[in-house]
Design a protein around this ligand. Structure first.
Ligand code: DOR
Ligand code: ZN
Length: 340
């Protein structure tokens, strides 16, 4: 039977949450990935090194895969300072996450404005200390143009801080691709959902709240051009699932939470997608090699994941004590199965 082996899979944008939720979902990632960039937008956001270290402990004790490496991120707030950044760096935290205030889940402590003297100082220190700056790049304009409008900010930051690596997280708009081509220090992560779906998959028929995410799904042209970057493993992009679990009741209420829980079987889903486009040979670069180069990762415990060409199903729901989580493409059939 046809098999492929993926070495050191990395998820460069992941929400593991905290408490009960973390315990219930973490294994979906740690069973598949050697490491992941873990987002800091918890209910109490990870704004200090102390909180990051506590979170590292919680992640380590929550999973039976002890070799899994979480790359922690520090949430940029108005009160972040040089001392904190030095401390973070000394403890191995090397990614800063910028949320514009109000852009998404738990972004209330994010930044109202980007080009303030404070933020410029943070960028200067980040550049000097070798941090990577990951950005949720959306304005508060019209939904479908939010990422595009933020493009000017990406361009200015990239020009003013040419040695600072800047990541356009979950790139969703084809108009952002030009930034990758123009600025040597701009990179991107791509999700499975933005490279396979459009707005119509969420609301073209009946409303599918489980496909509601930020940035919002866009047009067929956006999907296709981003898919092209992924399946050709463009060297400036890496895979970041943005898997973001929410309880079903919170996805179905008024003012529903944005987020798609794509972690279960995601490597099998990617293998199915890449094979469909005759690009299976590029999956290794997209899922790991590119990320290792972009983020200078050289301290992983090696992990090999073996996939076999055999059907498997995405679970239709994940049961927690209080409620369920509905995964991305719940109940659907995939062409590949993970065997180890
Ligand atoms: O859809 C999203 N969900 N986008 C984000 O940026 C955050 C995430 C979450 O934390 O739920
Ligand atoms: Zn996210």
């Amino acid at each position: 039977m046809k098999e492929i082996v993926l070495k050191d899979p990395l998820d460069m944008h992941l929400h593991l949450r905290e408490g009960e939720m973390l315990k219930n979902i973490i294994e979906y990632t740690t069973s598949q990935f050697a490491g992941a960039v873990v987002m800091p937008n918890l209910n109490i956001p990870i704004t200090t090194t102390e909180l990051a270290l506590q979170y590292r402990e919680e992640i380590a004790s929550g999973s039976k895969y002890k070799r899994f490496k979480p790359f922690l991120t520090l949430y940029i707030t108005e009160s972040m300072n040089e001392e904190e950044l030095k401390h973070a760096r000394s403890k191995g935290v090397k990614i800063l996450k910028l949320y514009p205030k109000g852009a998404t889940t738990n972004s209330q402590d994010g930044l109202n404005e980007i080009f303030t003297p404070h933020m410029l100082k943070i960028c200067q220190i980040a550049q000097d200390m070798g941090f990577i700056l990951s950005i949720h790049g959306e304005t508060n304009g019209f939904s479908l143009d939010r990422e595009y409008e933020f493009g000017k900010i990406f361009a200015k930051l990239a020009q003013d801080f040419p040695k600072l690596k800047i990541i356009i997280e979950h790139m969703s708009d084809h108009r952002s691709i030009e930034l990758l081509e123009t600025y040597p220090n701009i990179y991107a992560t791509l999700t499975l959902h933005h490279i396979t779906m459009t707005l119509d998959d969420m609301l073209g028929g009946g409303l599918k709240a489980h496909r509601f995410c930020k940035p919002i799904l866009k047009t067929p042209k956006d999907r296709d051009m981003l898919l092209d970057l992924a399946i050709n493993a463009h060297p400036k992009v890496s895979f970041g699932s943005d898997s973001a679990p929410h309880l079903e009741k919170n996805k179905l209420k008024d003012n529903a939470s944005a987020g798609i829980f794509s972690a279960p079987m995601i490597l099998c889903a990617l293998a199915t997608l890449f094979e469909k486009h005759n690009k299976l040979e590029n999956l290794q670069a997209f899922i790991s090699d590119n990320a290792k180069k972009i983020y200078n990762i050289n301290d992983l415990d090696p992990k090999e994941v073996r996939l076999q060409k055999k059907h498997c199903w995405v679970p239709s729901q994940i049961k927690l004590i209080q409620n369920n989580i509905i995964p991305f493409n719940a109940g659907s059939l995939l062409e590949w199965t993970q065997i180890i």
